[in-house]
Design a binder for this molecule. Structure first.
Ligand code: LLP
Length: 418
């Protein structure tokens, strides 16, 4: 459910027409609905009503300050994977005691920053990292709260680039080695074992892989208990999928019911790290049609947003619906919707039946709130887009569009070049 709907053939975000926003901020831009964000967070969190839980929204999906602040106000914590995300989270006012830190490549400075901030938990992804965390905590006179990120070798049945819980993936520590890791950690002076963690992948559309992963974590918790190692936090990661086209992922209610059922009688606090399910369908990318042309074999609709603005179609072959902002009497054409970038991989849709809009008309690329702006780049010296948020009948720019000067921040010509 989201708040991008047509009234009298005009696309609205809540009570504002997308056309009006485009006229004010120019194109392309990302547009988010406050009501949708709020609704998605509440639906997810509310599905676990009565369960001891902490929802740590996954910053990587969309870490704009406005979005982090909004979610913080709803009680969310944060799942981070970098020092930059820690910085952003703290700036948005998220309490460090609600921040969990995953990632296979944490650098010394990042570990130090997280220790100094006093985050809830490091999700440790290798034994070498565990040793480093112990050492840094000792140096800083702290005790590092840790969980081991277990790789349960479960197939999440998603795109191979976003599947993370198979033993061939770089993430986590396999179950046997994790037990060794816990035993080692238990002997370390500066770490405090508090949790166990996994994250098996993203855009997962079935509950079974989550259940399989949970069962594997549960048996490890049992083994740890026998060794007098007590687990207080069970972090199941993120990964719940959304509908982009015709996928039918489990509703958060069903996902929660299944997890809670499997968790029965486990005296742990549940942590979840949802990203896409909160922001994915709460945002769209608005772009303007530039030209149409017919190549030897195809129709091309050239628009002003490209792969640098939304990478998902070319990187994962991802589907994003494309809607006209005004439903005029367009004929439908089969076309590739492509951007201005000098690469054949620069497309937003391929061989798609799309409204045959003409020069200057606006299109909405749907379901772009997660991993849209966050994966954008300045490729081809294209300024990063503006982001806008709507609440009821108001809208505000939450991130200014970059200008050409912004593109060169930090660049210098060295003295040895004339
Ligand atoms: N926790 C951890 C440790 C993660 O690595 C991720 C996502 C999440 C939580 C949140 O997962 P979500 O609930 O959003 O599925 N760029 C890709 C997605 C990459 C996901 C990486 N990790 C895409 O556009 O589909």
């Amino acid at each position: 459910m989201h708040h991008f709907t047509y009234k009298d053939n005009e696309l609205y975000c809540e009570a504002v027409t997308v056309r009006e926003i485009a006229a004010a901020v120019g194109t392309p831009f990302y547009l988010y609905s406050h009501a949708t964000l709020e609704r998605h967070f509440k639906a997810f969190d509310g599905a676990f009503e009565g369960i001891d839980r902490l929802i740590c929204y996954s910053a990587k999906a969309n870490a704009s300050q406005a979005i982090l602040r909004l979610l913080k106000n709803l009680g969310s914590g944060l799942d981070i994977v970098s020092g930059g995300e820690l910085y952003r989270g703290l700036k948005a006012g998220i309490a460090p005691q609600k921040i969990v830190y995953s990632g296979v490549g944490k650098r010394v400075e990042e570990i130090d920053d997280a220790l100094s901030a006093g985050i809830l938990m490091f999700n440790v992804e290798s034994l070498e990292e565990l040793e480093l965390i112990n050492q840094r905590a000792g140096t800083l006179g702290k005790k590092a709260p840790i969980a081991i990120r277990v790789n349960p070798d479960v197939d999440p049945k998603t795109h191979p680039y976003i599947s993370t819980g198979l033993k061939k993936n770089k993430f986590g520590i396999d179950t046997r080695a994790a037990l060794e890791g816990y035993l080692a950690a238990n002997q370390m002076a500066h770490v405090n074992i508090i949790g166990i963690d996994c994250h098996i992948g993203s855009q997962i559309t079935q509950v079974q892989p989550f259940v399989d992963a949970l069962e594997s974590l549960k048996s490890l918790i049992g083994e740890l208990k026998q060794k007098n190692i007590d687990i207080k936090f069970l972090d199941m990661g993120g990964g719940l999928g959304i509908t982009y086209n015709d996928e039918a992922p489990p509703h958060p209610q069903e996902y929660a019911r299944t997890l809670v059922q499997a968790l029965k009688d486990m005296p742990v606090r549940l942590i979840l790290e949802p990203g896409r399910v909160i922001v994915g369908n709460a945002g769209i990318l608005v772009t303007r049609a530039l030209y149409r042309k017919t190549g030897g074999a195809k129709n091309f609709m050239i628009v002003d947003a490209g792969m640098n603005d939304l990478l998902r179609p070319t990187l994962y072959g991802a589907f994003h619906a494309i809607w006209p902002v005004s439903k005029n009497k367009y004929e439908t054409i089969k076309a590739d919707v492509v951007g201005p970038i000098c690469e054949t991989g620069d497309f937003l849709a391929q061989d798609r039946e799309v409204p045959g809009v003409s020069h200057g008309d606006l299109l909405a690329v749907m379901s772009a709130g997660a991993y849209g702006f966050m994966m954008a780049s300045n490729y081809c010296s294209r300024p990063r887009l503006a982001e806008v948020m709507v609440k009821d009948d108001q809208f505000e720019v939450i991130r200014a569009r970059q200008n050409y000067e912004d593109l060169m921040i930090g660049e210098t010509v060295p003295s040895f070049i004339e």
